[in-house]
Design a protein around this ligand. Structure first.
Ligand code: SF4
Ligand code: SF4
Length: 446
């Protein structure tokens, strides 16, 4: 067993030692209910979790619970002992998979998932970003020398205007910062989820080490999955040399500096934030940041915010539930007289951007609003154009320019795969035919 695996074992054993077996965590778990597990025998289920942690084989109901986990952290929030139950469940899930499946099977799954993600992130980023910016983001982390490192993760590069917004905001704050990310700096989520711990250590664990080697005093995460993994599977396993936290929390720490830079002539907006709990103080931070923007009114809307920590990812296992959450959000926002839905994360942005085709609403990320309030931002949100399914001329013209600049050719097969990915993802969308036809024509030119 590697020393890293031993540290994970220690974290799980500490949780089991502290657990009183009250069952509140299991009783609070939304996905356990979603898959039909009875909340009645909550103490028994947690007893199974303790037994697995101590080396027993996992039973069927425990495996179903662990396999359904979408990381909502409702268990952690409900634990009277202050145990990080989500972390415990994540490590226990790894053990349960190791006990029931050959490592090679998980390794092959993880490699396939990583390859697919890396290909589509590279293509989408090359359609929307100049080569100079992409190169800057992908430079090795250990070669950076800035005080603040903005770590993007991989998937936000599908909606790169968000990265550009954050860079604009950090720049306007006159910080010594740099940006790093892309698949060469993956957080290793697929390998961990598939219980390929050896490869995880060479990917996610190594990325975390590389961030430390840069000498940065503070690393800002963007992606909720990277934030959760680095916080619970790295920082808690061995404290890093840097402070770690989400961009939104860092911006709240600098709220007065931001406020001083906000321009008073902002458009009047009535906004509903699409809410998720589960990642630190992100929701509270984003609400506080938006509340400071001139002429912006936050509209309160009761939401199903405790189901998963973000759209997509593990939550995508529950498509119908996610779809219902998105529809209720858009309809509720319209009924409450809001004109804008604000997304917290990139996966939510992808899921909701197409609402513009169906409802009288704009969909923007919170970073769009902050950057614009500082007189920056204004970066085209091409993904939203794809998802709206209307006229594609602007998006195609930009893609033609950026693909050439990046030396990337797009094939008809790649456009077909991208169309499926963009429009089959749970969420709200316009007509997929507009994207398929316009980008199919671009591919045939290549
Ligand atoms: S993190 Fe959420 S889904 Fe996972 S076990 Fe805890 S409550 Fe259930
Ligand atoms: S809520 Fe906390 S103390 Fe109670 S069973 Fe769950 S982990 Fe143990």
């Amino acid at each position: 067993m590697s020393s890293y695996a031993e540290r994970l074992e220690t974290l799980a054993n500490e949780a089991a030692d502290r657990c009183t077996g009250c069952g509140a965590c299991f009783a609070a778990c939304p996905t356990a209910r979603e898959i039909g597990l009875d909340p009645g025998p909550a103490r028994e289920r947690v007893g199974d979790l303790v037994a697995l942690t101590r080396g027993a084989a996992p039973g069927d109901d425990l495996q179903r619970w662990l396999g359904a986990c979408d990381g909502s952290a409702r268990c952690t929030a409900s634990c009277p002992e202050g145990i990080n139950v989500r972390q415990w469940v994540t490590i226990a899930r790894l053990k349960a998979i190791e006990a029931t499946r050959a490592t090679e099977v998980g390794a092959a799954n993880a490699a396939k998932r990583f390859r697919h993600m890396a290909q589509s992130v590279r293509l989408l980023a090359s359609m929307q970003l100049p080569s100079e910016t992409l190169r800057r983001i992908q430079q090795p982390a250990e070669q950076r020398r800035a005080e603040v490192l903005f770590y993007t993760g991989c998937n936000v590069l599908r909606t790169p205007h968000i990265v550009l917004n954050v860079m604009d905001i950090l720049d306007a704050l006159e910080l010594d910062f740099d940006v790093v990310g892309g698949p060469s700096h993956c957080c290793g989520v697929y390998q961990f989820q598939e219980a390929d711990l050896a490869t995880y250590e060479r990917i996610g664990h190594r990325t975390f080490d590389r961030l430390g080697q840069s000498g940065a005093a503070r690393v800002l995460t963007w992606c909720p999955t990277c934030s959760k993994n680095f916080d619970e599977l790295e920082k808690d396993a061995a404290p890093p040399s840097f402070d770690l936290g989400h961009v939104s929390e860092f911006l709240v720490d600098n709220l007065e500096a931001l406020r001083a830079r906000f321009r008073p002539d902002q458009p009047r907006r009535r906004v509903v934030v699409h809410e998720h709990l589960g990642i630190g103080a992100t929701l509270d931070s984003i609400r506080r940041l938006l509340a400071a923007v001139p002429n912006l009114e936050l509209v309160e809307l009761p939401q199903d915010s405790g189901f998963s920590y973000a759209c997509g990812g593990q939550a995508a296992k529950f498509k119908a539930r996610e779809q219902a959450i998105h529809k209720a959000l858009a309809e509720g926002a319209v009924a409450a007289g809001a004109d804008t839905i604000v997304t917290m994360y990139h996966s939510c942005h992808r899921a909701l951007a197409g609402a513009e085709a169906l409802y009288p609403l704009s969909v923007v990320n919170f970073t769009d609003i902050l950057a614009e309030a500082m007189g920056r931002g204004g970066h085209a949100d091409f993904y939203r154009l794809y998802k709206r399914g209307g006229a594609m001329d602007e998006a195609v013209a930009a893609a033609r320019r950026f693909l050439e600049d990046n030396g990337v050719a797009v094939s008809p097969a790649a456009v077909e795969s991208l169309t499926a990915e963009i429009f089959d993802e749970t969420g709200l969308a316009g007509d997929r035919a507009a994207f398929a036809a316009s980008f199919g024509a671009l591919a045939r030119e290549a």
